[in-house]
Design a protein around this ligand. Structure first.
Ligand SMILES: C[S@@+](CC[C@H](N)C(=O)[O-])C[C@H]1O[C@@H](n2cnc3c(N)ncnc32)[C@H](O)[C@@H]1O
Length: 374
């Protein structure tokens, strides 16, 4: 089957781990830059990667790259794309304009010109039937990336961003994003052979993502993808890949445990865990981790403690000191990975770190700090 060029987008800092995931999933890496991994893949791998990548936000197929110095050029060059060969005009579309261009600096207007170009391209060929725009629930997503006068038009194969796994319940404040949580677990090298603790578990994102990694559960097995609406969608290949991924799921007996001090947050997490039978082995306690009577010797600890929002400086320093003491006293022979953006408070852990990696939690620069208690 012929190979196509694709681009996968990720959170800044996760390019390397995403490249590994893509290569393991059958993609042929051709390069990378900030937030972007370039690769070639056949249709089978495209479907498999969409279902199984943990650190990707989307997989895009570049359609055309051209120079556009003004909105008319953008319109005419976009209109030349063979849209009618990609999807039918009765589909709803959404167009996102990203990047930066001094000559096309009004992204809303650029979006309208692209929409007009696509409509007009269809109008000519499809008896006046044109795709309509639906921002909330589009069948087809188009991304235009502007880099000064260079424009690249992509078709998004994924649709709803891949970090939206579908298990999240609304209402919990500031959870770590699913792709970042998975990226941290993959960076840590945890492979499911040791028990895992998150002493600041919030909505249990680390524990849920870890459970899926340990059991080899693809994070996006049961959902719709935009490529379903492409003309070249091959349902048989897709169903076959899905079945193969299902076959590889292998349950592991390990402990996945968390503490959450806040009662409301804990109750929401409990509801979420009870809703999904896959999460039945994840145990969370509504307790201050400092009060735990258990020892976690020879475990893995992966967590993101509060950075400082809503806390006084002496409180956050004290909390970080107590967490460092907890690691020293209760987590002997264990390895910990702690994500924090508060480097001042991190000095209070009182432990020597063995590795520091720069990651981004949204726009916020953070550190993933490794501690070895052995
Ligand atoms: C930054 S959030 C963690 C978010 C989490 N990773 C998620 O995905 O939802 C930190 C959490 O630690 C909890 N927390 C703060 N101090 C705690 C303590 N002493 N023991 C247990 N949990 C604590 C907070 O209530 C908050 O929910």
């Amino acid at each position: 089957m012929p190979e196509n060029a694709y681009v996968s987008i990720c959170q800044k800092g996760l390019e390397e781990v995403l490249s590994k995931e893509i290569a393991n999933g059958g993609g042929d890496i051709t390069g990378s830059q900030t937030s972007t991994v370039f690769f070639n893949a056949d249709k089978k791998s495209l479907y498999r990667l969409n279902m199984s990548l943990r650190t990707a936000l989307s997989i895009l197929m570049p359609l055309k790259e051209f120079t556009a110095n003004n909105y008319d050029e953008l319109y005419f060059k976009t209109r030349k794309i063979n849209w009618h060969k990609l999807f039918s005009p009765d589909k709803n579309i959404r167009i996102d304009v990203k990047g930066r261009s001094r000559s096309l600096n009004h992204s809303q207007f650029a979006m309208h010109r692209i929409k007009d170009a696509i409509s007009d391209a269809f109008k000519k060929l499809a008896n006046n039937v044109r795709p309509s725009v639906d921002k909330e629930n589009p069948d087809i997503r188009i991304v235009a990336y502007l880099n000064e006068n260079k424009t690249t038009i992509y078709l998004d194969s994924s649709g709803v961003p891949l970090f939206k796994r579908g298990y999240r319940l609304p209402g919990y404040d500031a959870p770590i994003k699913e792709d970042l949580a998975s990226g941290i677990i993959l960076l840590s090298g945890w492979d499911g052979s040791k028990n895992l603790l998150d002493p600041f578990c919030g909505s249990a994102t680390f524990l849920i993502e870890a459970m899926m990694i340990a059991n080899n559960i693809p994070p996006n097995l049961e959902r719709n993808f935009s490529f379903f609406n492409w003309f070249d969608f091959d349902k048989e290949i897709y169903e076959n890949e899905k079945a193969l991924l299902k076959e590889k799921i292998s349950p592991k007996q390990i402990k996945l445990q968390g503490y959450e001090i806040d009662k409301t947050a804990y109750m929401k997490t409990l509801t979420l865990l009870k809703k999904n039978p896959l999460f039945k082995d994840i145990r969370v306690f509504n307790e201050d981790f400092r009060k735990s009577r258990e020892d976690f010797n020879d475990w893995f600890i992966i967590t993101n403690p509060p950075y400082n929002e809503r806390m006084k400086e002496e409180d956050i320093n004290g909390l970080y000191k107590d967490f460092g003491d907890f690691l020293k006293q209760k987590c002997k022979d264990s390895t910990a990975y702690v994500l924090t953006a508060n480097l001042e408070a991190a000095k209070h852990f009182g432990l020597r770190s063995s590795k520091r990696t720069i990651l981004y939690n949204g726009a916020m620069e953070a550190r993933l700090i490794e501690f070895k208690m052995y």
